[in-house]
Design a protein around this ligand. Structure first.
Ligand code: FES
Length: 154
């Protein structure tokens, strides 16, 4: 499932740390870079490469919201709905983005252009309400500014 290059890089990551588990997060990110998400087969492969039980790999993969354990669209929009953002209008932002995309949080547009997620704190509470668009964080956002951001993707 993984390319030979990815397997080599994951092996090199393993050699960089005294404990195999320390290489797990960068290995999962490498898988995601290659496949766009981390399917169960890739978790098993990472487990074999790092000599870790697949259950440990799955635990770590499912803990981090930046690791996708389901297929996602070409862009991933993550709206923070934790306390600071909630108190600053995150629900209005989420609803406006849902209306713009025509999907609910947790869904992907039918053309697979965008996956919309409601997530916990993005560690930018002073910029509430905020959202992450692929790897870039935006905030504070008005609902209209958030809608414009997703409209202008691609
Ligand atoms: S609560 Fe939204 S970034 Fe912290």
């Amino acid at each position: 499932m993984l390319s030979e290059g990815a397997k080599r890089e994951i092996g090199a990551l393993r050699a960089r740390y005294p404990v195999a588990q320390s290489a797990l997060l960068p290995a999962l990110l490498r898988v995601q870079e290659e496949l766009g998400w981390v399917p169960p087969e890739a978790m098993a492969e990472v487990g074999r490469l790092l000599d870790l039980p697949v259950e440990v790999v799955a635990e770590v993969a499912s803990f981090y919201s930046l690791i996708f354990t389901e297929p996602v669209g070409r862009h991933v929009v993550q709206v923070c709905t934790n306390v600071s953002c909630l108190l600053s209008g995150a629900e209005a932002v989420r609803e406006r983005v849902e209306r713009e995309l025509g999907v609910r949080a947790g869904q992907t547009t039918p053309d697979r252009r965008v996956t919309l997620l409601a997530v916990e704190c993005l560690a930018a509470c002073d910029q509430a309400p905020c959202m992450l668009v692929d790897e870039r964080r935006y905030g504070p956002l008005t609902p209209e500014a958030a809608a414009r951001l997703v409209r202008e993707l691609d």
